[in-house]
Design a protein around this ligand. Sequence first.
Ligand SMILES: Nc1ncnc2c1ncn2[C@@H]1O[C@H](COP(=O)(O)OP(=O)(O)OP(=O)(O)O)[C@@H](O)[C@H]1O
Ligand SMILES: [Mg+2]
Length: 403
Amino acid sequence: MADRKKKPLPAKLPALSRRELVARLSEAEETLRAIRSGEVDAIVVDRQGEEKVFTLQGADHTYRVFVERMNEGAAVLSSDHTVLHCNSRFARFLGAGLQSVIGSSMLDLVWPEDHPKLDALLRRAAQKNCRGEVRLQTRKGVLLSVHLSLNPLRLGSTRAVCLIASDLSETKRAEQELRASAEQLRNLAAHLLSVREEERARISRQVHDELGQSLTAVKMDLAWLAGRLPQKNAQMLKRIRTTRQLADSLIQSIRRISTELRPAVLDLGLAEAVEWQMQEFQARTGIHCKLRLLTQEVFAPDVSTALFRILQETLTNVARHSKATRVEVVKQKQRDRVVLRIHDNGRGFDQEDPALSQSLGLLGMRERAAILGGRVNISSAPGKGTTVTAWIPFPSPKESSIP
Ligand SMILES: Nc1ncnc2c1ncn2[C@@H]1O[C@H](COP(=O)(O)OP(=O)(O)OP(=O)(O)O)[C@@H](O)[C@H]1O
Ligand SMILES: [Mg+2]
């Protein structure tokens, strides 16, 4: 114990003038501050000319310094939630001095809206350790979000609660920025999807109408030519016939491409589009399809388009990855939501596989539903098949943005 660390303190105060009293008080405050920050490890009390040394060393002293220096706020609350002790970090969180925080009720330090939360936490903390988040009300009226960790404490025969408060303002700011950026990305995704659907619809129409009509005209002209050529021009007639066959197969290709871009049947409604898609899928893959349409309700075009695209992506996955022999699709209404459930009896997959974080197909389905305030749930396990369920509320919470 070094001499310079001793702090003399008179044991008995004689009758004092106001100025002396203020000086003594500020000296006492300075001593307390020094004890808290660990600058002092003993107090020398002057008792009628005789000095008595009270040492602050030992575990108590170490802990005091540790609590005082930590980055978190620390406080001890009595059973009626009065602050009995706190470190200066806790007082700093509140923008107040230690003296004014000690003796305050914890409820007065927390934003009134968060009182029910704090009440519940304090009640639980009387029994066992618990954690929660509240907003402290600083002296300047600014709110400070803190994470509280509370533990029940016994001080002799009295019960108390020990509280550690961590400043969450940085985390909250980062969370807010992340939310804003996620919102921007979602808006961008919605815009891109909408542009893509419009583009597909336009190209599909042009391919179907312009190319289809021109080829039909070519076919008719070839028929006209063939009708006027004398039979003896057998070679030329043969060439015309093969050109007509070529035009026919081109017309088929155009129809297929136009339908793949955007099936016209989607304009008739989701039920018709799903039915058509399932027939087409069964014919193409040989996988047995069962369809249960439990609602005939007509939904907004953006809802129908989103569900149809989710169905298409899911069926593509079934054909590509599942080795399934059966697919069942159910379309139904649940309160104000339309539900599309697609189940296959294939080999399933491990949803915890880290490689899936790179999978854009599943992500795209989730994004499509989320843009319309809905969601997609995928449940699968190796050997157990896969079920994709999409819920979308209707009428759509947003203006119909995807044709
Ligand atoms: N019905 C299914 N049965 C078995 N495995 C599936 C099924 N659906 C998805 N998977 C697994 O999940 C993975 C991710 O699917 P996702 O659709 O996201 O990607 P992908 O089909 O591989 O590629 P793309 O981005 O072209 O869609 C697939 O690679 C496959 O391993
Ligand atoms: Mg896929």
